[in-house]
Design a protein around this ligand. Structure first.
Ligand code: SF4
Ligand code: SF4
Length: 440
C-alpha cells in the first residue's frame, strides 16, 4: 500500500493546527520536507518532549514523508536554544546526508508555516497559498510521529500528547486518549488551583477559551492551559466584538506599529492591519482589497499583544471578517505577484520571552512538568469533526463493540476528511452526526 494510503487508513491529521488530513498533504511531489519543531507558543511543551524521547521515530517518520513526496531534502527545524534536542536528532540522523537540522531563533511566531518555510529555504509562500506552491511540505512533530506509527505499526491515531499547565497543582505533559474530557485531564494534573478559572485550548496566543470542562480531547489539541477568569489572556480573548469595534474607532491613532511588526507583512504579503483599523470606521462590509486581505492574517496575535500601543485588536477584526467569508463561502483569488521579504524582517522578530512577559505568563513558564503520564478513561466522547473538511460518517451503531484502534467513522465519499478510530475497548452507547460515545 502507498504511504499516503496507510496514513489515510490510520486517520492521521495535522496535529499542530487545523487538522488538515495528512494523506492529502503528502500526496504531492516536492523537493523539501520540513518538520516543524518550533513549538513557538509559550507554555506548550509536548513537541519538545517528543523530540527528546522519540527523535529516532521522528527521523524515520520524516524519511517516510520524503519517500512519499519524492523529496531530496528533509529538515527538522528546532529552536537553537535547545541544544540537547538538536543533539538527539543529530545522533539519529547520523549518516543520513539528506536530513539536516535547521536551528531556529527564539522568536514568535517561528512556527507559522509561512515563516518557517522562508527561514529554512528562503522561499516565500504566495499570498493565500500553501507551502506546496514553493515545493515544500511542512508537518509538525506529533504528526510525523503519527506517520511513523501508521507506517511501521499500522497504528491509528487514538491518543495525543498535550501540555496541561497554568493553574493546576501538577503541570504535566500527558498522553491523553482522544475523547477523554478536559476535566479528567485537569484532575490528573492535581486539579485547578483557583476556584474561578477557564481553560485555553491550544497556546495562549492562538488558542480559544473553553468553559465546558466536559468537552473532549481531540487530535489537534496541543494544550490545556488553566487560567483565572480575570487573567489578561482570558480578558483579551473574551472582549465582545462590538466593544473592539467601538474601541478601534475611538482609539486607533494610525501609528502603523501593528503593520510594521506583522510577520506576514514583513514576509512581503499585502497585509496591513493599520488599514483595516482605518476601514472599520467606515464599516467592514465595504468590499475592498483591505477587507479581502483578512485572509492573509495568520491570527498570530502579535499586533494585539505586542505591537499596539493602544491595546487594540486588529487580529480580532480580521478573525471576524474571515468568519463571515467562510459563512458566505467567499474565496477571493489573490493575483500572482512578485514578493520580496521586507529588509527589516530579521530586526523585528519578537523574542518569545517578551511575549511571555506581556501576557503575564512568567509564573507558569519554565515550571517542572511531570512527564510519562497516560490517561485511562472508562468513557470517551469522540468528535466526528476533528479535522479540516467534512465530518466523518459513523460506521458503528449503538450496541456495537469496539477495540482500541477499530474504525468508528469514515470519510464520506468524494470529500476531504479523515477516518476516526475508537480510543478504548468498549461498547458504543451513543451515535449522532457530531459524536460517538464509547464506554468500557
Ligand atoms: S498599532 Fe494600534 S493604534 Fe497603531 S495603527 Fe495599529 S491598531 Fe491603530
Ligand atoms: S494577527 Fe496581526 S500580526 Fe499576526 S498576521 Fe494577523 S495582522 Fe499580522
Amino acid at each position: 500500500m502507498k504511504i499516503s494510503e496507510i496514513i489515510k487508513e490510520c486517520g492521521v491529521v495535522g496535529a499542530g493546527g487545523a487538522g488538515f488530513p495528512t494523506h492529502v498533504k503528502i500526496n504531492a511531489k516536492v523537493d523539501t520536507v520540513i518538520v516543524n519543531g518550533a513549538e513557538c507558543e509559550p507554555l506548550l511543551a509536548s513537541d519538545k518532549y517528543l523530540m527528546e524521547t522519540e527523535s529516532d521515530k521522528i527521523v524515520r517518520g520524516l524519511e517516510y514523508i520524503m519517500e512519499a513526496c519524492g523529496a531530496k531534502k528533509g529538515f527538522i527545524a528546532l529552536k537553537e536554544k535547545y541544544p540537547f534536542l538538536i543533539q538527539g536528532v543529530l545522533n539519529n540522523a547520523h549518516g543520513k546526508g539528506n536530513i539536516d537540522i535547521f536551528p531556529l531563533g527564539d522568536f514568535y511566531p517561528a512556527g507559522d508555516e509561512y515563516i518557517l518555510v522562508n527561514e529554512v529555504t528562503g522561499r516565500i509562500v504566495p499570498e493565500g497559498g500553501i507551502p506546496l506552491q514553493v515545493d515544500c511540505v511542512v508537518n509538525n512533530i506529533e504528526t510525523v510521529l503519527n506517520i511513523f506509527e501508521a507506517v511501521e505499526n499500522n497504528k491509528p491515531v487514538t491518543e495525543r500528547f498535550l501540555t496541561c499547565t497554568g493553574e493546576v497543582a501538577r503541570p504535566s505533559v500527558i498522553k491523553a486518549h482522544i475523547g477523554i474530557t478536559l476535566k479528567e485531564v485537569i484532575e490528573m494534573c492535581g486539579g485547578a488551583t483557583v476556584r474561578d478559572f477557564v481553560v485555553i485550548i491550544g497556546g495562549p496566543l492562538m488558542g480559544t477559551v473553553e468553559t465546558d470542562l466536559e468537552s473532549p480531547v481531540t487530535k489537534t489539541m496541543s494544550g490545556i492551559i488553566v487560567l483565572p477568569r480575570d487573567h489578561e489572556v482570558v480578558k483579551k480573548k473574551t472582549i465582545p466584538f462590538e466593544f473592539i469595534v467601538k474601541q478601534s474607532k475611538a482609539a486607533c491613532c494610525q501609528c502603523t506599529y501593528c503593520t510594521e511588526l506583522c510577520p506576514r507583512y514583513l514576509l512581503g504579503h499585502g497585509l496591513e492591519p493599520h488599514k483595516i483599523m482605518r476601514q472599520i470606521s467606515y464599516g467592514i462590509d465595504i468590499p475592498s482589497e483591505t477587507i479581502t486581505n483578512a485572509l492573509l492574517c495568520s491570527e498570530c496575535g502579535l499586533c494585539e499583544i505586542y505591537a499596539c500601543v493602544m491595546g487594540l485588536s486588529p487580529n480580532a477584526v480580521y478573525a471576524r471578517i474571515k468568519e463571515e467569508f467562510i459563512s458566505e463561502n467567499f474565496k477571493p483569488i489573490f493575483p500572482e505577484k512578485k514578493l520580496a521579504v521586507n529588509e527589516m524582517k530579521d530586526y523585528r522578530k519578537i523574542p518569545t520571552g517578551r511575549i511571555i512577559e506581556r501576557l503575564m505568563l512568567s509564573q507558569y513558564e519554565g515550571v517542572n512538568l511531570r512527564r510519562g503520564l497516560e490517561t485511562g478513561p472508562d468513557r470517551v466522547e469522540i468528535l466526528l469533526k476533528q479535522h479540516t473538511g467534512e465530518p466523518s460518517a459513523p460506521v458503528v451503531k449503538v450496541g456495537d463493540r469496539t477495540i482500541k484502534g477499530s474504525l468508528i467513522a469514515d470519510i464520506p465519499d468524494e470529500t476531504l476528511g479523515a477516518k476516526v478510530h475508537s480510543s478504548i475497548e468498549g461498547r458504543v452507547v451513543f451515535v449522532d452526526e457530531e459524536r460517538i460515545i464509547i464506554e468500557k
